[in-house]
Write a protein that binds this ligand. Structure first.
Ligand code: ADP
Ligand code: MG
Length: 258
């Protein structure tokens, strides 16, 4: 290939923003010549380089967008420590089939039993499978909606929460929600209803929801209707994982002193 043609090809690739292919061009031309590749085989290799780069860019974007608060993965989850948990059910969720029909996942239990960890593990699997996910706490969601109402971009923020294939809403019920916050949460859940999965964690048994949503029990009821209509409810009982580890350690220490 003449220097002019080479420069022209590089220029075309750059213009089309095929940066990885542009950077690999010289090496790939050498490789093609040395190995007597056909034109098609050469082109395939060059395009594959660009496709790979584009996929990993997309993956990095999804990763950044999701705002997952921890690097937890499902294999790190200690099922033996949580016998109340149906392992089969979690493994079934890990296939991500629940995303196909916008099934919601409710994780209910006291603090420290791994609700956030499980939600994050599922979201990480989803991100790695190329789904757009977003993690938020209920308090952050409420604050963002409050700001949106003040700044006049409510609709935009609603679309933002409606968009991801999986929305994790963590820690519902830890703080009692003001009426406005409860209304925002209800709106988000309504917009996603039957269209995109919500994975919600809460310390509240379903019967206690009304209390956490201020005086307006009808909002709590309507929201639960939508959340539960197509859902997997996972109730985790038992002790906090950290407390358990702590206790096991002290028992070991006490045992050692004997
Ligand atoms: P919750 O959201 O239910 O309050 P977290 O998911 O935040 O609890 O878990 C609290 C801590 O304990 C985290 O550091 C988490 O990684 C760890 N943890 C909880 N359950 C397990 C478990 N079964 N296996 C491994 N780590 C766990
Ligand atoms: Mg939590």
């Amino acid at each position: 290939m003449s220097a002019d043609t080479y420069q022209a090809v590089r220029g075309h690739l750059a213009h089309l923003r095929l940066i990885a292919a542009a950077e690999a061009l010289a090496a790939e031309l050498d490789y093609a010549r040395d190995n007597k590749l056909t034109h098609t085989a050469f082109l395939e290799r060059l395009l594959a380089i660009e496709v790979k780069a584009s996929l990993s860019r997309r993956q990095a974007l999804l990763e950044r967008f999701a705002k997952l608060p921890a690097p937890w993965r499902l294999p790190d989850f200690d099922f033996d420590a949580q016998p109340s948990l149906d392992r089969k059910l979690i493994e079934d969720l890990a296939t991500l089939r629940f995303l196909d029909d916008a099934t919601n996942v409710l994780l209910i239990g006291p603090p420290g039993v791994g609700k956030t960890m499980l939600a994050v593990c599922l979201a990480r699997l989803a991100v790695e499978s190329g789904y757009r996910c977003f993690y938020t706490t209920a308090a952050d969601l409420a604050a963002r909606c409050h700001r949106a109402a003040l700044e006049g971009n409510w609709e935009q923020v609603m679309r933002f929460y409606a968009n991801p294939r999986l929305l994790v809403i963590d820690e519902v019920g830890y703080l009692p929600l003001a009426q406005e916050a409860a209304a925002a949460l209800f709106q988000v859940v309504s917009r996603r209803y039957l269209r995109g999965s919500v994975c919600l964690t809460t310390n509240l048994a379903v019967g206690q929801w009304a209390k956490a949503f201020g005086e307006d029990t009808s909002v709590a009821g309507a929201m639960l209707d939508r959340l539960l209509h197509r859902s997997v409810v996972i109730t985790i009982s038992g002790d906090s994982y950290r407390m358990r580890a702590h206790r096991a350690r002290s028992e070991r220490l006490r045992g050692g002193q004997k």
